[in-house]
Design a protein around this ligand. Structure first.
Ligand code: ZN
Length: 214
């Protein structure tokens, strides 16, 4: 089963992807992680990524898709994969379709998480993290008044990117470039619209039900 996790930045796709890996027994395919691994490996493809990324340039879709083709051909991805953070544009979706078609596969489900932008602003701007990555939220999981992480003793801060302005800028990019992907998959009848509000468990339950796995 090949599943695209779809939704605005901050909707909790990454969290759900990790849970679905466990529940469905198929790997998460994340462009960022794969590109970092490929660069670290020093392969010819990794060196090409280096050239673009060290100049701050966007890596062309063809190179990203080459990486996808390699990844999807590995044994652990033979039964499918969970795509999180890719495709981000309609051309990328078309290229992913073509890559899967070569393997005799297709996108079986597009899980579209819908979350109100104001909820996302609240989630992200209230987020606090310690230097080891333990996460807090001023309302839902308040950090101690000392500002020191009870788990690891490091300082708790607000990330520079966790501002309302950044959230709204990212959301605009999502609406203009990424949202049209839904129209691309709509005729195929593979879109599952999921209410992305509630607890992590509630959202997972809705996704599994939509996938017929609950
Ligand atoms: Zn910590």
């Amino acid at each position: 089963m090949d599943v695209i996790l779809f939704g605005p930045p901050g909707a909790g796709k990454g969290t759900q992807a990790k849970i679905l890996v466990e529940k469905l027994g198929i790997p998460q395919v994340s462009t960022g992680d794969m590109m970092r691994a490929e660069r670290a490996s020093g392969s010819a493809l990794g060196k090409k990524f280096d050239e673009y990324m060290s100049n701050g340039a966007l890596v062309p879709d063809e190179l990203v898709l080459e990486l996808f083709a390699q990844r999807l051909a590995q044994p652990d991805a033979a039964e499918g994969a969970i795509f999180d953070g890719f495709p981000r544009t309609v051309p990328q979706a078309e290229a992913l379709d073509a890559t899967l078609a070569k393997l005799g596969r297709k996108v079986d489900h597009v899980v579209a998480l819908s979350v109100d932008i104001e909820d996302i602003v609240g989630r992200i701007t209230g987020r606090r993290v310690c230097l080891s990555g333990h996460t807090f939220h001023v309302r839902y999981s308040p950090p101690p008044p000392s500002g020191v992480c009870p788990e690891c003793g490091s300082e708790i801060v607000q990330r520079k990117d966790d501002t309302e302005e950044t959230v709204r800028t990212r959301n605009s990019a999502y609406e203009s470039q990424t949202f049209p992907i839904l129209a691309h998959y709509e005729p195929l009848g593979v879109i599952d619209k999921i209410d992305g509000t509630g607890t992590v468990e509630e959202i997972t339950g809705r996704i599994l039900a939509a996938l017929g796995k609950s």
